[in-house]
Design a binder for this molecule. Structure first.
Ligand code: 3PG
Length: 403
């Protein structure tokens, strides 16, 4: 068992916390603060323990100097201040030796958030390549490291796995909660176990599909993922999003041969057109023409998927079903969510896009568990472990260190 935050003696210590504040920000406005809210339990606990709290996070991918203009964590510091009800200092500096002095001057319960750790990726990818000096610098700012960024736990960065090499470490509450939920519901899922997968790129999901198929009873497909399977079956999918790779098509054919009894594909669709923005039609899946774009699932598909959903004890939903952001293509997603809401199964939603669709259509209270992790949740399900969690100390190690 990895060390839990409540088992650590943190009273009055300097504690550095890796959060995942990779939140959608548009024109300086935070569009979804779920991940910030997820960090509050750990932060409030550290306040109770009179700690000096130093927060780290990445935001987006930083490849050029220009990327930095739109990826500052400053709006997160402001939102966190509102949520936590006390000052959250923000440091534009990440590696400056002056930071140590600034932290020395902080009072117990003070909170400071450092600028986006991925700013260190330009030019030398210091954060993403887990640079040892950067990790040591972060570690030098504190006495203890708390890993509370479940959604980043599949990344071996200086601020995740790197720092854990140089400090006593433990899981934060958010990480602990995610692991408990995923283990409880999905490690040995109650059968019949149904996986519903949508989303854009089939290549991103092939490994997951390969790992989940032997474990599940039904795999229901939608979105670009389903389009690629339909293409492999020689259906005309018009101008819909699908794989272009012949290698992938061959793999999909193989999967369909091996698991034909488990796989379910759309029977009909709501289509748009690559030429005419106003064009919206209902089509059976064998009626689609060259310029049409599959944008939602239709009623026959829903009726077919309903049989699997009603039969299930556990359901895992990943990815999006259609272009739910547009009213005319949102019906399939809403009706599917209604089926999930009214079925007897444990329903776990994993992945940023799936969780966003659930929240934006108002179904956040309808399901058993929403996982904040995207890639991390998928990697945990396929590989059974995450580098960022592996790096945290075991309970026994802490006893030996006596921190
Ligand atoms: C996520 O949103 O999945 C995490 O914050 C990880 O982000 P990344 O894929 O940019 O590492």
């Amino acid at each position: 068992m990895k060390q839990r935050i409540e088992k650590m003696d943190l009273k009055g210590k300097r504690v550095i916390v890796r959060c995942d504040y990779n939140v959608p920000i548009y024109n300086g406005k935070i569009l979804d603060d779920t991940k910030i809210v997820a960090s509050l339990e750990t932060i409030r606990y550290l306040i109770e323990q009179d700690c000096k709290i130093i927060l780290l996070s990445h935001l987006g991918k930083i490849k050029t100097e220009e990327d930095k203009q739109t990826h500052s964590l400053e709006p997160v510091a402001k939102r966190l201040k509102e949520l936590v009800g006390r000052e959250v200092y923000f440091s534009k500096e990440i590696l400056d030796p002056e930071l140590k002095k600034r932290i020395e001057l902080m009072l117990p319960r003070d909170i400071i958030l450092l600028e986006n750790t991925r700013f260190l990726d330009v030019p030398n990818k210091l954060e993403s390549n887990c640079d040892a000096q950067v990790a040591q610098f972060f570690a030098s700012l504190a006495d203890v490291f708390v890993m509370d960024a479940f959604a980043s736990a599949h990344r071996a960065h200086a601020s995740t796995t790197g720092i854990a090499k140089y400090l006593p470490s433990c899981m934060g509450f958010s990480v602990e909660k995610e692991l408990l939920a995923l283990d409880r519901f999905l490690k040995e899922p109650k059968h019949p176990f149904t996986v519903i997968m949508g989303g854009a790129k089939v290549e991103d999901k092939l490994e997951l599909i390969g790992t989940l198929l032997p474990k599940c009873d039904h795999l229901l497909l939608a979105g670009g993922l389903a389009n690629s399977f339909l293409k492999a079956l020689n259906f005309n999918i018009g101008s819909s999003l699908a794989t272009e790779s012949t290698k992938t098509i061959e793999k999909l054919k193989q999967i369909m041969l091996t698991y034909r009894d488990k796989l379910m594909l759309p029977l009909d669709a709501i289509v748009g057109s690559s030429y005419d923005e106003a064009y919206t039609r209902y089509k059976k899946i064998n009626e689609i023409t060259d310029n049409e774009v599959i944008s939602d699932i239709g009623v026959k598909t829903l009726a077919k998927y309903k049989t699997a959903i009603q039969d299930s004890e556990t359901i895992f939903l990943n990815g999006t079903i259609g272009i739910y952001e547009e009213e005319r293509y949102s019906n399939g997603t809403k009706e599917l969510f209604n089926l999930l809401k009214n079925c007897k199964a444990i329903v776990v939603v994993g992945g940023g896009d799936a969780v966003s669709s659930v929240k934006s259509l108002g179904y956040q209270e309808a399901f058993t568990y929403l996982s904040v992790g995207g890639g991390a949740t998928l990697e945990y399900l396929t590989k059974g472990h995450l580098v960022g969690i592996d790096a945290i100390m075991e309970e026994e190690e802490i006893e030996i260190l006596d921190v």
